[in-house]
Design a protein around this ligand. Structure first.
Ligand code: MG
Length: 260
C-alpha cells in the first residue's frame, strides 16, 4: 500500500514536472529556437530568437514612398538638388544645356524609385530622342531614352546600363507617358586602390525586371571600356542633361543596410 502511494506520488511529481517543462518549452518556442543547427557563417541558429528583427516600415501605395524613404522630389521644389531645371505642374524638367541635376545628399547602397517621361513631341532619333540618365553615385548610368519604336544600339536604350548591358526587355511606354524605374544599387567596395567588389544594379522598368543583379564593369563611358577607379563610399545621385527636355517626378530613395 505504501509502495503504491509512493509510486502514485512519483508519477504525479513527474507529470507536474513534464507539464511545467512543456509549458516553458512552448513559451520559449514562441519567438524561435535555440536547439536548432547554426546557420553556416552566421552567429545564429535556424529560427534564432536572438536574431535582430527588421524595423517596421509603413509601405506606400501606388509608387508613393514608404515611411523610411528620403523624398528627393515631391513635385514642389529643388531643395534637395543643385542645378537649374524647371519645376512645374508637379514635375521637374531638364532645361537643355543648363547642366546636370545633382542631389545634395550622398548615397552608397540604395533602393531608388524614379518616374520619368520623354518629351510628348517626338524630335530626333536614336540617342537624340528623349535622352537623359539616372547616374548612381554620379558614375553609373541607367539610361533614360525614348525607346518607344526608336531603334538605337542595344546597350544605349532605356534601362540599359549604358555601354555595358542592354535591358532584358523593352517595356517602354509612348513618349509623354510616365515611365517608372525601381532600381537597386549596390555600391562597389574598395580597399585603398584595390577593388574588392564591383557595383551591382537591378532595375524594374514599368514593373518588368530588365536588369537582374548585373555586375557593373565600371563607371559609365561613351565609346570606351569602363574601368574602376577608387571612389568615395557615398556620392550624389545625378540626373543627366543630354539636351532633351525629359521630365521627372516622384523621386524617393532608401539607404540599404548591408548588415540586415
Ligand atoms: Mg543618357
Amino acid at each position: 500500500m505504501r509502495r503504491f502511494e509512493f509510486r502514485v506520488g512519483c508519477a504525479r511529481v513527474a507529470a507536474v514536472l513534464l507539464l511545467a517543462c512543456a509549458a516553458a518549452c512552448a513559451q520559449n518556442h514562441d519567438l524561435g529556437y535555440t536547439d536548432t543547427p547554426m546557420l553556416p557563417g552566421l552567429p545564429y541558429h535556424v529560427h534564432d530568437p536572438a536574431r535582430p528583427r527588421p524595423p517596421a516600415v509603413t509601405p506606400g501605395t501606388n509608387g508613393s514612398a514608404p515611411s523610411d524613404a528620403i523624398i528627393l522630389f515631391d513635385g514642389k521644389d529643388l531643395s534637395h538638388w543643385t542645378g537649374k531645371w524647371k519645376v512645374q505642374n508637379g514635375y521637374l524638367e531638364v532645361v537643355p544645356h543648363s547642366g546636370d541635376l545633382v542631389s545634395k545628399r550622398k548615397f552608397g547602397d540604395v533602393q531608388l524609385h524614379i518616374e520619368w517621361a520623354a518629351p510628348p513631341e517626338v524630335k530626333g532619333n536614336s540617342q537624340g530622342r528623349g535622352n537623359s540618365g539616372v547616374f548612381l553615385q554620379s558614375r553609373y548610368e541607367v539610361q533614360v531614352l525614348d525607346s518607344y519604336e526608336n531603334p538605337t544600339y542595344a546597350d544605349g536604350q532605356a534601362a540599359a546600363i549604358y555601354g555595358q548591358w542592354p535591358p532584358l526587355a523593352n517595356p517602354a511606354r509612348k513618349p509623354g507617358e510616365w515611365q517608372v524605374y525601381d532600381i537597386v544599387f549596390e555600391a562597389p567596395r574598395f580597399s585603398g586602390e584595390k577593388l574588392l567588389k564591383p557595383a551591382y544594379i537591378t532595375v524594374f522598368f514599368n514593373g518588368v525586371l530588365v536588369q537582374n543583379h548585373r555586375e557593373v564593369m565600371g563607371p559609365t563611358m561613351h565609346r570606351e571600356l569602363a574601368r574602376y577607379l577608387p571612389q568615395p563610399a557615398e556620392d550624389s545621385l545625378k540626373l543627366q542633361d543630354h539636351g532633351n527636355p525629359v521630365r521627372y517626378r516622384n523621386i524617393w530613395i532608401r539607404k540599404l543596410n548591408p548588415g540586415m
